[in-house]
Design a binder for this molecule. Sequence first.
Ligand code: PLP
Length: 371
Amino acid sequence: MPRPIAATIHTAALHHNLERVRQAAPDAKVWAVVKANAYGHGIERAYEGLRGADGFALLDLAEAERVRHLGWRGPILLLEGVFEPRDLELCSRLGLWHAVHCDEQIDMLAAHKTQVPHRVFLKMNSGMNRLGFTPQRFRAAWARLNALPQVDEISFMTHFSDADGPRGVAHQLAVFNTAAQDLPGERTLSNSAATLRHAADARVRADWVRAGIALYGSAPDYPEHTATHWGMRPTMTLATRLIATQQLQAGDTVGYGSRFTAEGPLLIGVAACGYADGYPRHCDTGTPVLVNGIRTRLVGRVSMDMITVDLTPLQQAGVAAGFGAEVTLWGQASNGTVLGVDEVAAAAGTVSWELLTALAQRVPVSVDGNA
Ligand SMILES: *Cc1c(COP(=O)(O)O)cnc(C)c1O
């Protein structure tokens, strides 16, 4: 028998979250962002739940090929554009739309031989200072693109650095709108945080929103808001089982470095999940975990293949928890109790994006049609 750990992808929850994004930006089209193998869910496994989107946005050309291979005929956008000239051939062949964020990408387009002009998204650096033309250089880039026979429609994009926090989007929105003002074409500005928090402003939702983490059931602005607050449902459950229990006495310690010491008699369970499964090693005593759907806490250090959990709340509830008991690391337990991946990420000092995308290869993943 394989180790009992497994992840489950919830198709109905993906579908539900997509609808929630649509409600947040009613008149905008939605890019389902499926980079990083659909945030660790697997593009093929997430596809059924997300195929109601207006397009798929990603970074990797091989992932774009996989989306086409699934039968998707609609828009696919390469969020970072092409990396070398021959990528443009694949764009022509697969009908991929691509971001243009630097002069080198315009040079490549200018040298590209194609019968099919490309739809491009000219990207502005409106303050994030990663990709894009500065506002001062934006019009010149547009004029160059506009003159190329290789280019069909030109759309516009930028990316917000603080949509999830107090600084907000207004400063970048102003920069973008000033520099792109009368240029004709569609616009896409918002990630999940901007879509959920700022899309009441029509200029923020624009023509397309680019939703990633919200589709995968996380709150982009946790802990200010939770996924439940935003009406999002978990799309991935990571679950395993207890493979042992230990009865501790006062003074007994647990695990590497003896990081946890029992103050009195304490029953703990050993679960088959460790950092080699993608469970963060930075989680410490107190990190929430569900055993048989009852909320309890991690005790001691996360090992490569195991974690240890406090079984006191199960004893108090009169629930048996021995060998084989269900352990939910994040997602939904069999009894319906939900443990948000955001909470676990916060306990590890990171964000849900990292946990979902770090699910390890060795964890078997299946798809569940019900949420
Ligand atoms: C990843 C990404 C998104 C999606 O971000 P979320 O915060 O996950 O919604 C949107 N736009 C771009 C350019 C991205 O790279």
